[in-house]
Design a protein around this ligand. Structure first.
Ligand code: PRT
Ligand code: ZN
Length: 210
């Protein structure tokens, strides 16, 4: 039988904890920074190292059977995948924030404002639900600087400690979603015995850490 493939982040905030989780499940593999794929020597699994943004679609399309990625990325890409297990790391929230001097007081005050974000799909859905019409400006990085540059009136981004908001003179305005790393799988893969075994091992690692 062909080995299953799991996609994890190549580098970035989720890489180390994803690697650690798989090692704690007893999987032996080389973790070279330069490799894009590695084989687990004692379990029928290969590990693909990818940009996190690509993981949901790779799993949806079956290029990978499983993936570990932030829920925010799954929701943003609107990929059709199964949530198999919440993993308890990579926790953050996605918030709208405004400059501390802003006169915006409630969500409706965002009508007609420009909001900078790297997560346009999640933001649009929130604004639609609140019947707000705002101008969504898609920026790929350093979103927090855009109000100071007068590129936007507000931002929508990931917040964890809030330090980046504060150092850019921004204050939280609306909580849109919370996120953590999730084990996802392509539809139907949850019945595969190798996947069931991996999920059981992950659950015992998570329980032991409680
Ligand atoms: O290269 P690649 O595309 O794979 O990675 P990336 O640069 O897109 O993502 P990366 O590694 O930054 O984050 C991966 C995932 O970690 C995100 O999709 C989230 O699910 C999760 N996560 C958890 C975070 C944070 N916490 C976080 N704090 N992602 C980003 N941040 C950013 C935040 O946007 C802010 O700009 O960190 C900055 C500091 O946050 P504060 O509030 O602690 O100051
Ligand atoms: Zn990314």
């Amino acid at each position: 039988m062909k080995n299953l493939k799991i996609a994890i982040q190549k580098s970035g905030r989720l890489n180390e904890k994803s690697v650690q989780l798989l090692k704690n499940c007893g999987l032996n593999f080389e973790n070279y920074k330069s490799s894009l794929i590695t084989t687990v020597s004692n379990f029928p699994l290969e590990i693909l190292f990818l940009r996190d943004d690509d993981i949901p679609e790779y799993v949806q399309d079956g290029i990978a059977d499983l993936g570990i990625v932030g829920e925010n990325v799954i929701v943003e890409t609107e990929a059709n995948v199964r949530y198999l297990q919440r993993l308890g790391f990579g926790k953050c929230s996605l918030k709208i924030a405004v400059p501390s001097h802003s006169d915006a007081k409630e969500p409706a005050d965002l009508n007609g404002k420009a909001i900078a974000t790297s997560y346009p799909t999640i933001l649009k859905k929130f604004l639609d639900e609140q019947s707000i019409t705002a101008d969504i400006r898609i920026i790929s990085g350093s979103v927090e600087i855009s109000p100071a540059l007068e590129l936007s009136d507000a931002i929508f981004d990931i917040v964890s400690t809030g330090g980046t908001l504060r150092s850019n003179g921004l204050v939280p305005f609306a909580d849109v979603m919370t996120s953590e790393a999730i084990l996802i799988g392509k539809n139907g893969i949850e019945n595969n015995p190798v996947v069931c075994e991996l999920i059981q091992r992950i659950q015992s690692v998570l329980r032991a850490a409680e």
